[in-house]
Design a protein around this ligand. Structure first.
Ligand code: MD6
Ligand code: FE
Length: 189
């Protein structure tokens, strides 16, 4: 199942080349990203938002590959969302030194819709806190093939990736050496 998904990710990355978003102050983020689906998450000097086209090539994002959507629907059904219809899949690409600052996913129109995530490659120290940035956090080790759902009361909790553990990893052409790929499927609009 992982190689089925990763082959589809490689195709997406071929069609929509990974790019590095910037924060509002212009500072580049650490990881590169790509997207598939009608809407892609993006950040630059104009802030965080969903865009319908690749910011550099101006091509529409490729559609969400069937295996990726199918696996997301399986997970969504398990948490009571039988009619989950993601319109966005963010592909976050971590080098071995990658990380992701504490954040809330708050750019989606309907926050009753879950976010489903899949992790591949190196392990990640995933931190999850509370509703306030300063709330205490717990660290969860995400491994290759792990699925996670952010829904219900958890949906808006602050979270991030403290570090990557390059030791244990699955190799695939889509994954940087010693790095990691995370997919987050969303209902953006
Ligand atoms: C990551 N994940 O695992 C980053 N957000 O690399 C996220 O930021 C995330 O896994 C919302 C829901 C699930 C997630
Ligand atoms: Fe997130």
């Amino acid at each position: 199942q992982q190689s089925e998904i990763l082959d589809a990710v490689a195709q997406v990355l071929h069609e929509a080349k990974p790019i590095r978003p910037r924060m509002k102050n212009g500072v580049p983020m650490i990881n590169t990203l790509s997207n598939c689906g009608a809407w892609g998450w993006w950040s630059d000097e104009m802030g965080y938002r969903y865009v319908g086209k690749h910011p550099e090539t101006h091509s529409p994002w490729p559609p969400i590959p069937e295996p990726i959507e199918r696996h997301a629907r399986v997970v969504a059904a398990q948490i009571g969302h039988a009619n989950y219809a993601p319109d966005s899949c963010l592909v976050n690409i971590y080098e071995a030194t990658g990380k992701l600052n504490l954040h809330q996913d708050a750019d989606e129109a309907d926050r009753t819709q879950p976010i489903i995530s899949f992790s591949f490659g190196a392990d990640a120290a995933f931190v999850i806190g509370g509703m306030k940035r300063t709330d205490p956090t717990q660290t969860i080790r995400l491994k290759s093939g792990d699925a996670m759902a952010f829904h219900g009361p958890v949906r808006m909790r602050f979270h991030g990736v403290k570090r990557i553990h390059p030791a244990a990893h699955v190799q695939h052409a889509a994954i940087p050496p010693g790095g990691r790929i995370n997919l987050t499927l969303r209902r953006a609009r």
